[in-house]
Design a protein around this ligand. Structure first.
Ligand code: MV4
Length: 450
């Protein structure tokens, strides 16, 4: 096992990783910017190192400073959390060159999944269903027109170097093609320095369903079921739950088996998430994330498996001892991402928390790094914490969620708690009847008033 783990992150995920290290008996090093001197992860770690000024590029993304922090403290492994350097293949490589373990997949898999076209091609080759479309980038406009006739309209133009919803355009008819191609190419060139675009059949109202995987890098790999993350705003997930209201056991077992086999075939190491659009009973691969994700607690609550502990164990070279048969799903979990934002305008609302009272009780988990009197700095993302609720059934989970939201007090800043109170009362949400555009349509109706 590792002697000492440096956590190259901040906020609730830094605490989450610290907790796993403590349970494994591994000493921890926190790193922090000058804006985070009072942060909880700094207080709870065994040691801490200041790595730079507030801007992330000078601190949490500062590779030389992180290497120096490993050297000074004798840390032999780095946990990157999510965001920041978590999917930076070069960072993983550089750590290796300095004999420090990266707690994550091998660099080749991070790099493969970071290239959208290569990832899709690899997924298809591994037997994972993909959205029908061009095989790779379109060579010319003539090529695009020919392919478009095969695929049919509506279709979607996507920038190869895009991601997170940037560099995409829906094309509803042939006469929109020439203009759409020129625009998407120009935008992609300006934003990513690469004007490669590809075509896909456009799915109108799919759900976003992702499968959690875990592998030991030696050919053992399992899936841990799915999370339904369809409730998003501007490509930011807002509410995640598992199991998906749209799947039954057979559908889960089928897609899970396909994905787990693919991970065995590539000898995937660590935790990962294979993301799909799901419509008309069909899964279509969109991308794979090679990190621990914000919404991982949903899976932990329904499987009772500590994903960060497992992630650390396999990164240290241990065989995966969990088998697919060991994984049992029980009950239902919902996670709400509570942001320091106005719940109507979504404008950031950093500042000092003057009262903080998180909910508790059976089936309630709050993953957060804030405390009474803490001032949320304006430099980073606006996640205040995550409320994760578990129940035997989805309906019990929803009741418990309403109760927990009623108890939650965060004063001094604005938060998105009122949005969740409204969502938990909505018929479509209660019925599990929603898709990737549902939340934006709900907000556009002005359903939430101050
Ligand atoms: C799509 C799609 C419909 N059809 N691809 C958005 C982010 C990106 N990674 C993939 N995205 C989409 N790809 C096809 N062929 C619709 C989306 C999409 C979306 C996907 C997941 C969650 C929220 C979304 C919101 C808008 C569009």
């Amino acid at each position: 096992m590792f002697d000492k783990i440096l956590i190259a992150n901040r906020g609730e995920i830094a605490l989450r990783v610290l907790r796993a290290c403590k349970e494994l008996g591994i000493p921890t090093v926190a790193v922090h910017s000058t804006a985070d001197e009072d942060a909880m992860h700094v207080r709870l770690a065994d040691e801490s190192v200041c790595i730079g000024p507030p801007p992330a590029k000078d601190s949490y993304l500062n590779i030389p400073a992180l290497l120096a922090a490993c050297e000074i403290t004798g840390a032999d492994a780095v946990h990157p959390g999510y965001g920041f350097l978590s999917e930076n293949a070069r960072f993983a490589e550089i750590l290796g060159e300095h004999n420090v373990h990266f707690i994550g997949p091998r660099p080749e898999h991070i790099r493969l999944m970071g290239d959208k076209i290569a990832a899709k091609r690899a997924a298809q080759g591994l037997g994972i269903p993909v959205v029908p479309g061009s095989d790779g980038g379109v060579a010319s406009d003539a090529d695009a027109f020919r392919l478009a006739r095969d695929i049919g309209f509506p279709l979607m133009l996507k920038a190869a170097a895009g991601g997170g919803g940037r560099g995409m355009k829906v094309i509803r008819a042939e006469h929109e093609m020439a203009g759409g191609l020129a625009l998407t190419r120009a935008e992609a060139q300006a934003a990513f320095g690469d004007d490669t675009v590809y075509l896909e059949k456009y799915l109108e109202q799919p759900r976003h369903i992702e499968i959690q995987v875990l592998g030991d890098g030696k050919g053992r790999a399992i899936h841990l079921g799915e999370r339904d993350c369809s409730l998003q705003r501007r490509h930011q997930k807002v509410w995640e739950e598992g199991p998906s209201p749209a799947l039954n056991t057979a559908a889960r077992d089928d897609i899970g088996a396909v994905v787990a086999k693919a991970m065995r075939d590539i000898k995937y190491l660590g935790v990962g998430t294979v993301e799909f659009l799901y419509e008309d009973g069909k899964f279509s691969f969109i991308e794979m994330n090679t990190r621990i994700q914000v919404e991982h607690p949903v899976t932990e609550m329904i499987t009772d498996i500590d994903l960060v502990v497992e992630q650390i164990r396999v990164a240290a070279g241990n065989d995966l001892t969990l088998t697919q048969d060991n994984v049992k799903f029980h009950g239902h979990a919902i996670e709400c991402r509570i942001n320091a934002e106005n719940p109507v305008s979504f404008r950031p609302s950093p500042g000092k928390i003057v009262h903080y009272h998180p909910p508790g009780g059976l089936g309630v988990r709050v993953d957060s790094a804030v405390y009474h009197g803490y001032a949320i700095p304006p430099f980073y993302d606006s996640l205040v914490g995550k409320l994760i609720v578990h129940g035997k059934t989805r309906s019990e989970c929803l009741m418990r969620l309403r109760r927990a939201l009623d108890e939650f007090v965060v004063d001094g800043i604005e938060t998105t708690i009122p949005l969740f109170r409204a969502l938990a009362q909505e018929k479509d949400i209660i019925d599990g009847d929603y898709h990737i555009h549902w939340l934006e349509e709900f907000l556009a109706r002005g359903a939430l008033k101050e």
